[in-house]
Structure formats: C-alpha cells, structure tokens
Design a protein around this ligand. Structure first.
Ligand code: ZN
Length: 395
C-alpha cells in the first residue's frame, strides 16, 4: 500500500497524551503524520519521519483530527427561514415548528431527501467534519421514518432512530397510542437501518416513563440508547440516560447537581449543542461546571432546520469558548475525541497509529485560531479515510 507523509506541521493535535506533550491534546510541535491506506501508521517529529512513497508539505500549518459531529438531524425537507426571522425580530410566530418540517419531509421524494443530506454533508466536510451522526424524526409514520433511515444509512454508519421526536400530529389525542406505534411496528421497520435509538425527553414531548419505554424497546432490538435530555428545563432525561448506559445525553442545558454527579460517575457523555442556544437565544449550557465535575463533554452542531441550522463545528467551538466556559483546548477535544466517545468509537477523534486517517489541515499555526478567529474559513484541506479532499487550489 502507498504511504504518504504530511510534513512540517507546526502543531499536531493527536488527542493522545502519550504521543505528544502529555496534555489531553497530545500536542507535537514541528510534526509529521504518515498515512497508509485509510489509516494513520506513524506520528512524531518531522525530522524523524520514516521514508514514504509521497510527501505533502503542510508548510507550518496546524493539523487536527477530523471533527466528529455526533448529533445532527439532516433527514428533512424545506426550511424555517420565516420562523427564525420572526423569532430574531421579536415577533410572535405561531406556525407549527417541527410540524412544518414534518409536513415538508413527508411530501418530499426520496431523491430530494437524499440530495439534501448529501448537500449538508458536503458542507460539513468542507468545514472539517469527517464523521457525523444523523437522525430520523421528521417522518413520524412507519413508512416515513424507515425511509429516512434507509436514506441516512447510505451516507453514514452512525444512524439514529428518533421516531420519538415529538408525538406525531396524527396522534395528537392519543400520545400513548403513538408510543405503542414507535415501540412496535415503527421500531421493527427502522431497526435494520439504525445503530442508535433516541428520544426527546422533555415537557411537551415525552415524559420519563414514555422515554424509558422507547429506549428499552430499542435496546431489545439491538439499538443502543442516546437521549435528548434537559434542553428546555429540568427533567428525568439525564438520569434516565445514565441509568440505561446511553452513549450520550444531549443538550444538558438545565442540570441539577444530582444530574452532574450521575454523568460524572458514568460512561454517558454530556453532548453540548451551542448552536441551539444561539439560534433560540436561550441560556448557554454550563460546560465548566460539567467538566469540573469530571464528566466527559462532547460538542456537536445539532444541525436541523428549526433550532440550529449550522453544520459548522468551528462555530460551535467558538461559542463554547466564548460563552460556555471551555478553554480552546477543551473545546477542540470535545469536538473530536469527545464526539468519538459519544459514539463509542476509538478509531476516530484522534491521530495516532491505527486511527482512521481523518484529519484537517488548518490555515493557521495553531488549533487555538478556531476560537480566536471565529467565522473565518480556516480549513485548508481535509483528509478522510486517507483521501485528500477539498484541498484549496492555491496556498
Ligand atoms: Zn437534536
């Protein structure tokens, strides 16, 4: 197999303390990475790099692991521009929120849904995202949910069944009947395409008992739990996630001390989604409090047309540093290794021997620029599974 070295990296983030300076980011100055096929086979100081078939000069740029976006909702049609505009203009907006997207998604063809996913994935890749999770949740019928997951599975291995996003408008008067549908025929139709099962455990969506029923039914079909928890207020979501060994409790905006203790003593990752608080002018999650308790934190986009229509992990990093008490190092770790932990993956989110060759070359000498220079397109090129994509024509 052909080997390629990327040399003259000003600062390489490995996310492996033992490979670098013993910090969580495992930084190596003046570094090189050697790739063979779709894997990393060597990292170290540029001057010590082994001979390779090809070499690419990073010319003093920083290299980081590809971003792992562990929470997105990309199976949808239409958008909600008017709703956002009204919200940001201080006007009341009474149209149907998620229901608007459900209607548009049901009306879309397979080709339209697939083209939409492909478009947002390409957009995310250009911004350095090399792994993403995505969910159903805008179909809310057996057929429409299974269709969304079938299409999603063509684009990623990290597919999540979220039939329990909201109670389907078709079951407005019979929420218990909808939970029976989700845990019965809908789950049967969806499980073959999904790795994960998720539920929106929140007032106005599904309560603790309903969420437990959904997640345990999914587990019995071989799906692993993750939970939309404690976004809009306090509730049972986080503790339920920990109790069921969910890979991730997502949002975590409103946490009690008991919630934080539970997270800190578990393998459940707290996935923070600052794009949602930005886009709804809501209270920021307190990342500092969660980190200081010793819990693992991931950062993700929550990309969806209603409450967080961004695919940009660098944007989320900047928000986390500015408004959520994270250091630039912590934010980068959470957007890479943290996302990998939230997907229970060890082959991504790091750059070291055996890892998948997913990495981002930044037009900057340090990863700190991701927060220091917010909104600036700093992704010079992206390597995904050992293949160079999105290299700029010049520079
Ligand atoms: Zn979400």
């Amino acid at each position: 197999m052909t080997t390629t070295a990327i040399t003259h990296i000003a600062a390489l983030v490995t996310n492996d303390p033992s490979l670098g300076d013993n910090s969580p980011l495992g930084l190596i100055q003046d570094a090189a990475v050697v790739i063979e096929g779709d894997r990393v086979v060597w990292t170290g100081e540029s001057s010590k790099a082994p001979a390779t078939d090809n070499a690419v000069d990073a010319a003093g740029r920083a290299v980081i692991p590809g971003f792992v976006d562990s929470h997105s909702h990309l199976l949808f049609a239409g958008d909600r521009t008017q709703e956002f505009n009204a919200r940001m203009s201080g006007r009341a907006y009474t149209a149907g929120g998620i229901r608007t997207t459900v209607a548009a998604t049901r009306a879309a063809t397979d080709e339209e849904l697939s083209a939409n996913v492909a478009r947002y994935l390409a957009e995310a890749l250009r911004q350095g995202t090399t792994t993403f999770e995505t969910k159903s949740g805008y179909g809310l019928t057996v057929q429409d949910e299974a269709r969304a997951l079938r299409i999603a599975a063509r684009h990623t291995d990290e597919v999540t069944f979220l039939g329990a996003h909201i109670v389907s408008p078709d079951y407005a008067d019979d929420p218990a009947g909808y939970v029976d549908l989700v845990t019965g025929p809908m789950l049967d139709a969806c499980a073959p395409y999904a790795r994960w099962i998720d539920v929106f455990c929140e007032k106005g969506a599904f309560d603790g008992d309903q969420a437990r029923a959904v997640l345990t039914a999914g587990r019995a079909k071989g799906l692993h739990p993750r939970v939309h928890a404690n976004q809009l207020g306090h509730g049972p979501g986080v503790q339920l996630a920990v109790e069921l060994d969910a890979a991730s409790a997502d949002h975590c905006t409103h946490l009690t001390d008991a919630d934080i203790d539970a997270l800190a003593q578990s393998a459940t990752v707290a996935t923070l989604l600052p794009g949602a608080e930005f886009s709804t002018r809501a209270t920021w999650p307190d990342a500092r409090r969660i980190l200081d308790a010793g819990a693992t934190v991931a950062l993700s986009t929550d990309c969806n047309p209603g409450s967080s229509f961004t695919s940009s992990m660098p944007f989320c990093i900047a928000l986390a540093v500015r408004d959520m008490g994270m250091t630039p190092d912590e934010a980068l770790w959470s957007a890479t290794a943290g996302g990998a932990a939230a997907l229970r993956r060890t082959d991504i989110g790091r750059i070291g021997p055996g890892a998948r060759a997913d990495l981002v070359v930044l037009d900057a000498p340090s990863h700190v620029h991701l927060a220091y220079r917010p909104g600036v397109p700093l992704v010079h090129e992206v390597w995904r599974r050992g293949e160079r994509t999105g290299a700029r024509k010049h520079g």
